[in-house]
Design a protein around this ligand. Structure first.
Ligand code: FAD
Length: 414
């Protein structure tokens, strides 16, 4: 595989860019694999990459019903942070952020990680106290966080209306948080996995499974049967549906989450800004668009589309926080189908079927988890031992009642 570099771009420019090769092979389905991963989103591709490169598994396929990165991985608002409250989540998401910090180098792909900070606003003294507790918990877990007063916030976001309907009392920031280009993360893992020998097979939908007692033998796909020793489901909002084909009932609901972007502006917003009370979070993409996220739809659905009431709610919230943005035009609005678990935490690892593994429940916050999700699931699949960081997130926690209630950890309340 040709390395990407400034020199390579220069060399290619001299020969009219005729020497670039496709970033990944267009593989055809084989008959038999060591591991078949269903879903070429970030989690499926990262799992394949780490299996092939860190765990030494060589015969791997990723089956994708559409195009790779076309699910939530290519639809999210790109926020990467590890500002979680509970120690289990903090350890997991911090591992992910650390992997992100070196991912561009490791995969030789510019994932455009921009650690511009994630600022959460407090609109009352009570919320300020809650946020102080949250920031202190982060510090105890070894994660950077800093409380901010109104003057600090004014300096960071001068365009924010601190005296909006629910006046800003303060807030806290994780400075190492930020955004990464979501498509690039999928493409980078796909390119590196393909280079390590993984077959990435697009337009190949898994329709059903053939089982032998407690094992899956074959996946029936739209392009014929595919056998494997082990299978992993990384299909986000379609997890419940597909797991049911293998006889499993997962505690996940499928709910659409919407986002939208405005027309592009010159650089004006230099951090990710979130308000649980006004109910929106915003950042500025490298193209200059203001990226706006709000709450998930309040009903289950598989409809991947934006709807007018959500656009109105999000626009009203943003205009409340940053009045000058009320003059911007919205260019695009879309949705992805999220896999929401009862405690808003992921469900990843082994299942009651001995050769089936899952990666689901990432809900509205799994983009930031992609490197750690892939790394830990690959370890679990390859060794048969649940990775230490994944143990708290096993399916069994619902039977044991050991929930990790991270409902408050999203950018806004869902
Ligand atoms: C609007 C929005 C904003 C978000 N914002 C953020 C954010 O700022 N930060 C953050 O951390 N997270 C965010 N998220 C959540 C994040 O995007 C997801 O949790 C994450 O991308 C999930 O990755 P995945 O690989 O599990 O799923 P996906 O990327 O959805 O990949 C699953 C793949 O499986 C494929 N598939 C499904 N069924 C089948 C089948 N039967 N056969 C074959 N293939 C199949 C799909 O086509 C899809 O490509 C957001 C999500 C949305 C929708």
């Amino acid at each position: 595989m040709k390395r990407y570099s400034g020199l390579a771009i220069f060399r290619e420019a001299l020969r009219r860019h005729k020497g670039w090769r496709p970033a990944w092979r267009d593989a055809q389905p084989g008959k038999n694999y060591d591991v078949v991963i269903v879903g070429a989103g970030g989690h499926g591709l990262a799992t394949a990459y780490y299996l092939a490169t860190r765990q030494g598994v060589k015969n791997i396929a990723v089956l994708e019903k559409g195009w790779l990165g076309g699910g939530n991985t290519g639809r999210n608002t790109q926020v990467c942070r590890s500002n979680y409250f509970y120690p289990e989540s903090a350890a997991f998401y911090e591992h992910s952020l650390r992997l992100y910090e070196n991912l561009g180098h490791e995969l030789n792909f510019n994932i455009m990680l921009s650690q511009r900070g994630n600022l959460e606003l407090s609109h009352s003294l009570e919320e300020l106290e809650m946020n102080r507790r949250w920031a202190t918990a982060m510090s105890l877990n070894g994660i950077d966080s800093a409380m901010l007063d109104r003057d600090d916030i004014r300096k960071i976001v001068p365009i924010l209306d601190l005296d909006c309907r629910f006046p800003v009392m303060g807030g806290f920031i994780q400075k190492r948080a930020g955004i990464a280009r979501h498509d690039a993360v999928a493409w980078a893992f796909a390119r590196a996995a393909s280079n390590a020998g993984v077959d990435i097979i697009q337009n190949c939908e898994v329709l059903d499974f053939e089982l032998d007692e407690s094992r899956i033998r074959t996946a029936r796909t739209s392009r014929g049967p595919v056998q494997a020793d082990r299978f992993a489901l990384c299909v986000a909002g379609h997890s419940g549906q597909l797991a049911a084909r293998a006889g499993l009932r997962l505690p996940v609901e499928s709910i659409a989450l919407q986002a939208m972007v405005t027309e592009p502006l010159k650089p004006i917003l230099h951090t990710v800004l979130g308000s649980l009370v006004i109910h929106a979070y915003i950042s500025q993409s490298d193209r200059g668009e203001i990226v706006i996220g709000g709450g998930a739809d309040p009903f289950t659905s598989y409809a991947q589309r934006g709807i007018l009431p959500t656009l109105q709610d999000n626009a009203a919230a943003v205009a409340e926080l940053v009045p000058c943005f009320s003059r911007l035009r919205v260019m695009r609005q879309w949705a992805g189908i999220c896999d929401i678990s009862p405690d808003s935490s992921p469900i990843a690892g082994k299942t009651p079927l001995e050769n089936l593994f899952i990666s689901t429940g990432w809900g509205t916050g799994g983009f930031k988890a992609i490197p750690a999700g892939g790394d830990t699931l690959a370890y679990t699949i390859a060794t048969g031992e649940t990775h230490e960081l994944l143990k708290p997130f096993s399916l069994g926690r619902f039977a044991r009642g050991q929930l990790i209630d991270e409902g408050a950890a999203a950018g806004v309340a869902h």
